[in-house]
Design a protein around this ligand. Structure first.
Ligand code: DQA
Length: 148
């Protein structure tokens, strides 16, 4: 049997500061903790994860475009770009793999400017407010979808 392509897990700006950044909103887990939890959820389902973070919109756009041929699915926390980036939305729309949008916090219970996501209209699944567990939930859905 051939090895399945990895899942691409993308994290947007300021998520490198998890653990110290507004812990009352984002929890005390670091991005490395989130990576470990995501990799474990994937390994349970015999999948691998390519886990990345960037503070730069263009990096995220480039990585999404590359996923067209190299990854089985995308899980993305676009962070602040959720609310601003048509470029990330358009890149995701151009990729024909299942897409999960994830947010640590419940963006709908926060400031009004966080209530709109440019990404949700092109995501298959949206998870918000489950903390780091949202990444594991997203991986579980992707695994189920890919095995269907
Ligand atoms: C976030 C929510 C965004 O509004 C915010 O800009 C982030 C993180 C979340 O995971 O809850 O940086 O995507």
């Amino acid at each position: 049997m051939s090895t399945p392509l990895p899942l691409l897990v993308l994290n947007g700006p300021n998520l490198n500061l998890l653990g110290t950044r507004e812990p009352e909103t984002y929890g005390s887990q670091t991005l490395e903790d989130v990576r470990a939890l995501t990799e474990a959820a994937a390994a349970e389902r015999r999948l691998t994860v390519d886990f990345r973070q960037s503070n730069h919109e263009g990096d995220l756009v480039d990585w999404i475009q590359q996923a067209r041929t190299s990854h089985a699915g995308i899980l993305i926390n676009p962070a602040a770009y959720t609310h601003t980036s048509v470029a990330i939305r358009d890149a995701l729309a151009a990729v024909d793999v299942p897409i999960v949008e994830v947010h640590l916090s419940n963006i709908h219970r926060r400031e009004p400017f966080r209530h709109h996501s440019h990404v949700s209209a092109v995501a298959d699944v949206v998870i918000a407010g489950a903390g780091a567990t949202g990444y594991a939930l997203g991986v579980a859905w992707l695994a189920e979808r890919l095995s269907a």
